[in-house]
Design a protein around this ligand. Structure first.
Ligand SMILES: Cc1ncc(COP(=O)(O)O)c(C=O)c1O
Length: 375
């Protein structure tokens, strides 16, 4: 059978292998997974149960009207983004929204600048579309180096992709940096893709949506998700908020990719948007784990900045990060993700997810400490 070059050139994600090993070998403690360990909010589950009987029809490609209206209201009140429901495109997770936006705005061989390390779903997704990712550097606080972004701009650059709160670093970009990026976008007439999948998993810092900044109405595309905010990864529900013309283009492509997001998930999504108290409870527990994991990692000599958002600790290690992760798995049965999985800026780091029970994290840390001491 002929397999396309496009597929063959896609890298095999090491994280998938690690998660597979962790799920098959019960003695492995995994700090690999990037999804909440909490169930979906009870009110969402109860509503989904009730509505399943009515959820057998396709939805409109842009999403159900009630959900798009609720999202537009949420964007205005929580994110300071003024938008109409026509600017909202509801998708199968925010990953699909990003793919639709990329397919709608960049042609083959055009470039997108990505501060690295970055979420490992970006690069292969762009490469599937023959779009070229160009990496720029983060500074020592894991914040984008805006001068470096400027230097990386060529005639082929069409967009900059930023992610705050960040997977994998946990950094939350302050308003000032976002304003500088917004200035670059206006100056060079570029789009900025703002991945805000972790907007609500944040510890005291303020989340600023790029699309809320002056002059960004025609330049920013916002991606948000139900996966992390409401522990609904499996519902596969996310969305983009885009300038009207782009939202229409994404809608058109959506018809030919997955037609629409799941009707049942969209029904449940309307209820999820009212579950702020549930999110707060999760964040409180993530915060408790965050303080413990970061202080223990630093104590054992793995330098780790205190993340301001998301649920990952991103630690410096000595030597090759892939070798470190593989040996840690073999010798101590702990799964972590090597930093280089997140692009060139991630080398020499490991990512430990704390979206796992407190006691399991403690157990994993005891093993990591033993491993580090034996090195
Ligand atoms: C930064 C980031 N963006 C987007 C996604 C995709 O999330 P979803 O498609 O579930 O909304 C993830 C998933 O882990 C992520 O970490």
């Amino acid at each position: 059978m002929h397999i396309s070059e496009r597929e063959e050139e896609l890298p095999e994600a090491m994280i998938a292998k690690l998660i597979k090993v962790a799920s098959e070998d019960k003695s492995v403690v995994s700090l690999g997974a990037g999804e909440p360990d909490f169930p979906a909010p009870p009110a969402v589950v109860a509503y989904a149960r009730k509505m399943i009987i009515k959820a057998n029809h396709y939805s409109p490609p842009a999403g159900r009207k009630d959900l798009r209206e609720a999202i537009a209201r949420k964007a205005a009140s929580e994110n300071g983004i003024k938008c109409s429901p026509e600017q909202v495109v509801v998708t199968n997770g925010s990953q699909e929204a990003l793919m639709l936006a990329a397919a709608s705005t960049l042609d083959a061989t055009e470039q997108v600048i990505i501060p690295s390390p970055a979420f490992l779903g970006y690069t292969p997704m762009f490469e599937l579309l023959d779009i070229v990712p160009v990496f720029s550097r983060l500074d020592e606080e894991f914040l984008p180096d805006v001068d470096d972004i400027r230097k990386k701009i060529t005639k082929k650059t069409k967009a900059i992709l930023i992610c705050s709160p960040s997977n994998p670093t946990g950094a939350v970009y302050p308003r000032k940096i976002l304003e500088q990026i917004a200035d670059v976008a206006v100056d060079k007439d570029l789009l900025v893709f703002g991945d805000e999948a972790y907007e609500k998993i944040i510890y005291g810092a303020k989340h600023v949506s790029l699309a809320s900044l002056n002059g960004m109405a025609e330049h920013a595309v916002t991606f948000q998700s139900f996966s992390k905010s409401y522990a609904m990864c499996g519902y596969r529900l996310g969305y983009a908020i885009a300038p009207k013309k782009l939202a229409a283009a994404m809608r058109k492509i959506h018809v030919y990719s997955t037609i629409s997001a799941s009707t049942l998930s969209q029904m449940a999504g309307v209820v999820a948007l009212k579950q702020g108290a549930y999110t707060e409870k999760m964040v409180k527990e993530y915060d408790r784990r965050r303080r413990m994991i970061v202080s223990r990692l630093n104590e054992m000599g793995l330098e780790t900045r205190m993340p301001q958002g998301a649920f990952y600790a991103f630690s410096k290690i000595s030597g090759d990060d892939r070798r470190f992760a593989l040996r840690l798995l073999k010798k101590e049965k702990v799964a972590v993700v090597p930093g280089s999985e997140f692009g060139p800026g991630g080398e020499g780091h490991i990512r430990c997810s704390y979206a796992t029970k407190y006691e399991k994290i403690e157990k994993a840390l005891d093993r990591i400490e033993r491993f580090v001491n034996r090195q």
